[in-house]
Design a protein around this ligand. Structure first.
Ligand SMILES: [Zn+2]
Length: 135
């Protein structure tokens, strides 16, 4: 019989034991689970707190540097599920934020182009408003 390995879901922190990698799919998120570099027996010997701590550390280590920085202070107060969910949410928000920034950039550019075009079509108007001598 093949030995069991410990797998965890990086999205929600769920963990389980599987013989084959292909069976290690999170039942909640349908995400592929990540294998943990600890033997099944060593993991079983850990207390629940120690398991949470180990998994939290792994989830934080696997996160992007930005997410890692935000999660680090919470590590001592949170369990693995919260750490995983927070990390996932922060990543989501980061992607959303990036999209919004790009939209704003695009809008600025469009507005500037419009302004340049408007000014280009009527250069006389600009001069008169600057000098202010027109009646
Ligand atoms: Zn999951």
């Amino acid at each position: 019989m093949r030995e069991l390995s410990v797998y965890y879901c990086p999205k929600c922190g769920y963990y389980g034991y599987y013989q084959l990698q292909r069976n290690a799919v999170c039942p909640k998120c349908r995400e592929d689970m990540v294998t943990l570099s600890i033997s099944y027996q060593d993991f079983m010997d850990l207390s629940c707190e120690a398991r949470d701590e180990l998994l939290s550390a792994h989830i934080i280590a696997a996160a992007s540097p930005y997410v890692r920085r935000l999660l680090a202070p919470h590590k001592t107060n949170n369990n693995r599920e919260i750490i995983a969910r927070m990390g996932d949410r922060i990543t989501e928000l980061e992607i959303e934020n990036e999209k919004l920034n790009k939209t704003i950039e695009w809008m600025h550019q469009t507005i500037w182009e419009l302004m340049r075009k408007t000014k280009g079509l009527d250069p006389g108007n600009k001069e008169s408003s600057e000098t202010g001598i027109d009646p």
